[in-house]
Write a protein that binds this ligand. Structure first.
Ligand code: 13P
Ligand code: 13P
Ligand code: MG
Ligand code: MG
Length: 366
């Protein structure tokens, strides 16, 4: 059966600062999706990570379907009214346009979708991150799909050995989607050269080279490119199909043990390690660190099982402790140097007005 797995997410307001959506906001989203599911969706699940809520859906309407996108947008719009009535912080933060125009792309919410022929066993992972941006997935996806130190399947499996096709987007380009398609193993170093700039070049999708099957998809929006000012980071989502002709679950999650530094955290302006956390964990120190949760599920004819919490468990507890140490050490440096993002990333925030004022006060000595 050919179906589409869609996830559409937004931050439409949260309790106590940018912490988590209220129960009433979550109930409103869930109720709207439930009422509109018959005839539209095969199945759905609601997740939240930090202050962002995600609607995970299966259906047969394909990617970029306006009915699906409108339903999700309306759920977030309705919940925004609730967020406002409760005085939640940042109510409607990610809804940048008042009226829906066919597709949530460019309107604020993040979206990742993949259409595929469902396998007899269809295990997949859903990742959701807060206090960061889609570039946070560049390194873990690169390592899983290119490096046998993280993924022995690359030499064990005859299909994986043939490599993958990466589609990478230049998200600084706002006039249409600017993308490049590169294949492993021959383009390995070109892919690395692009992915190091994780604020500009973002992995959009990865396909298995041998079969052309879609394996991974990331939400690639850039809120500040749409809004023209800082409105919050594009806290991203990522879908990865696993096992058999794809990397297995362990191979997909192994790079998250690194706690690599990503952009985000307080005011979206800092470098922060990415901490893999259990579902229901909020950002916890200095509006950070950046956090990522992962759900493992299976589906049959689009009906999803309950999920397992991938970052639960004693090894991850130990990894989290080490990442917390790394985080606290970095925070000792406060605003200074590499602790904060460079001006290029801050250029949509109010600091630029301040710097312009200061610039006028400079004198050039003769
Ligand atoms: P099982 O032998 O438990 O099916 O696991 C195989 C595997 O690939 C785990 O990484
Ligand atoms: P969010 O992007 O999660 O809304 O956080 C914004 C922020 O400024 C946190 O300090
Ligand atoms: Mg927020
Ligand atoms: Mg957020």
């Amino acid at each position: 059966m050919k179906l589409t797995l869609s996830v559409i997410k937004a931050d439409i307001g949260s309790i106590g600062g940018h912490e988590k959506p209220s129960e009433k906001v979550l109930q409103t989203i869930t109720q709207h999706v439930k009422e509109n599911a018959p005839g539209l969706l095969l199945d759905y699940k609601i997740f939240w990570c930090g202050d962002d809520t995600a609607i995970l859906m299966t259906h047969t309407k394909g990617e970029d379907n306006s009915e699906i996108h409108k339903m999700a947008y309306d759920a977030f719009f309705k919940a925004t009214q609730v967020a406002k009535s409760q005085g939640l912080y940042g109510a409607g933060q990610d809804l940048l346009k008042d009226s829906f125009s066919g597709n949530v792309k460019g309107m604020g919410p993040g979206v990742a979708e993949m259409e595929f022929e469902e396998r007899p066993n269809e295990p997949f992972l859903f990742f959701q991150a807060d206090k960061t941006d889609p570039g946070c997935f560049n390194l873990p996806l690169y390592l899983t799909f290119t490096d046998p130190m993280f993924n022995p399947g690359l030499f064990i499996s005859p299909i994986l050995r043939k490599g993958f096709t990466f589609t990478i987007m230049d998200v600084s380009h706002t006039d249409g989607d600017k993308v490049i398609t590169l294949s492993t193993p021959e383009d390995l170093y070109s892919i690395a050269a692009l992915l190091r700039d994780h604020d500009k070049y973002i992995i959009e999708s990865i396909k298995v080279r041998e079969t052309g099957e879609i394996c991974a998809k990331v939400s690639t929006s850039r809120l500040h490119n749409i809004a023209g000012k800082y409105v919050g980071k594009d806290d991203p989502v990522c879908l990865v199909r696993v096992q058999k002709t794809f990397p297995d679950t362990g191979e997909v999650v192994s790079p998250y043990g690194i706690g690599h530094f990503v952009a985000g955290d307080n005011r979206g302006s800092h470098n922060t390690p990415l901490m893999p956390v259990k579902w229901g964990t909020m950002p916890n120190f200095f509006d950070g660190p950046a956090i990522v949760s992962a759900a493992g599920l299976c589906m049959h004819e689009g009906i999803m099982t309950e999920h397992v919490d991938i970052f639960e468990g004693p090894t991850w507890d130990r990894i989290r402790e080490k990442i917390a140490d790394k985080w606290v050490e970095m925070r000792k440096q406060g605003f200074f140097g590499c602790a904060m993002l460079g001006l290029g990333e801050l250029e949509y925030t109010e600091i630029m007005d301040h710097l312009e004022e200061l610039d006028k006060k400079f004198i050039v000595r003769k």
